[in-house]
Design a protein around this ligand. Structure first.
Ligand code: ZN
Length: 235
C-alpha cells in the first residue's frame, strides 16, 4: 500500500516534494511507500515529475492506480530511497480546476436541478457534462455569475473522512452524486467548500476559493438529448 500524501487533509494537497522508499520495481514502474503524485482518475490527469536518488534521476511520466499505485518511469528505475518532485505548475492548475468543477457542478444543480454526468480537468481548461438540461446563452451567463459569486466568498475548502451514514443524513445524495458510489464503501473522503458544497471526491483541491480567480465559461456543446457540456477556464 502506498500512503497518498494528499488524501488526508487539504494541507497534503500542497506537498510538492517528498522522500519515499521504493518498495517494488518491475518493468517500467516503481511502487513507493508514500507519494504526493496523483494517479490518473476521476476526470483528473495524473501528475508528472521527477524521482531523484543518490547517483541518478528519472522522469515520472504517469501514475496509475491499478490495485497498486504505479509510478511509470522513463529512464533508469531507482532503488532504495528517492526524493520525488511534482511538476507543480500543472498540478496546481489541476487543483484549481477541480475545485472550480465542484463550484460549477453545485451551481448548476442548484439553478437547474441537473446533475454532473462527466468531467475532464486540464490545467488550462476543463469541461463538465450535465443532464438533464438545455441551456441558453442567458443561462450560461447566470451560471458564470453564480459561480463567481461563490468563488468571491473566499470560502475555505476542507478535506476529511466521514461515514457514509452520517453524510446521507446531511446532504442531498443527488447533488453530491453519493448515490453513484458503491454501497460497499462505508467511509468517504469528503471535499467541503464551506457554506456551499459537500461532496465525496478523491481529487486534489485548493484550500480557499480565493485561489481560483475568475471563472469564465468559454463554450457549451450539445452532447445529445438534454445533455450539455460546459467548457470553462480560470483567469
Ligand atoms: Zn471532485
Amino acid at each position: 500500500m502506498t500512503e497518498l500524501l494528499y488524501m488526508k487533509d487539504i494541507e497534503g494537497n500542497y506537498i510538492k516534494e517528498f522522500d519515499a522508499k521504493v518498495v517494488k520495481k518491475k518493468d517500467n514502474y516503481v511502487v513507493l511507500d508514500k507519494s504526493a503524485f496523483y494517479p490518473l482518475g476521476g476526470g483528473q490527469p495524473s501528475d508528472t515529475g521527477v524521482l531523484r536518488w543518490p547517483g541518478g534521476e528519472s522522469r515520472v511520466a504517469e501514475v496509475q492506480k491499478k490495485g497498486i499505485i504505479k509510478h511509470i518511469i522513463t529512464g533508469d528505475l531507482p532503488e532504495g530511497d528517492v526524493h520525488g518532485t511534482l511538476d507543480w505548475e500543472k498540478r496546481y492548475g489541476h487543483m484549481k480546476m477541480h475545485t472550480a468543477q465542484h463550484v460549477i457542478s453545485g451551481v448548476v444543480y442548484d439553478l437547474f436541478n441537473a446533475r454532473t454526468v462527466g468531467n475532464q480537468i486540464h490545467a488550462d481548461y476543463s469541461r463538465v457534462d450535465f443532464y438533464p438540461i438545455s441551456l441558453s446563452d442567458d443561462d450560461l451567463k447566470k451560471i458564470e455569475d453564480a459561480s463567481n459569486e461563490v468563488i468571491q466568498r473566499n470560502s475555505p475548502v476542507k478535506i476529511y473522512a466521514e461515514e457514509r451514514e452520517s453524510l446521507e443524513k446531511r446532504t442531498d445524495p443527488l447533488r453530491s452524486n453519493l448515490d453513484l458510489i458503491p454501497s460497499s464503501i462505508k467511509t468517504l473522503r469528503i471535499v467541503e467548500i464551506e457554506g456551499f458544497d459537500v461532496c465525496p471526491c478523491a481529487g486534489t483541491h485548493v484550500k480557499s476559493t480565493q485561489e481560483l480567480g475568475t471563472l469564465q465559461i468559454t463554450k457549451k456543446e450539445n452532447k445529445g438529448k438534454d445533455k450539455e457540456r460546459i467548457v470553462y477556464t480560470l483567469k
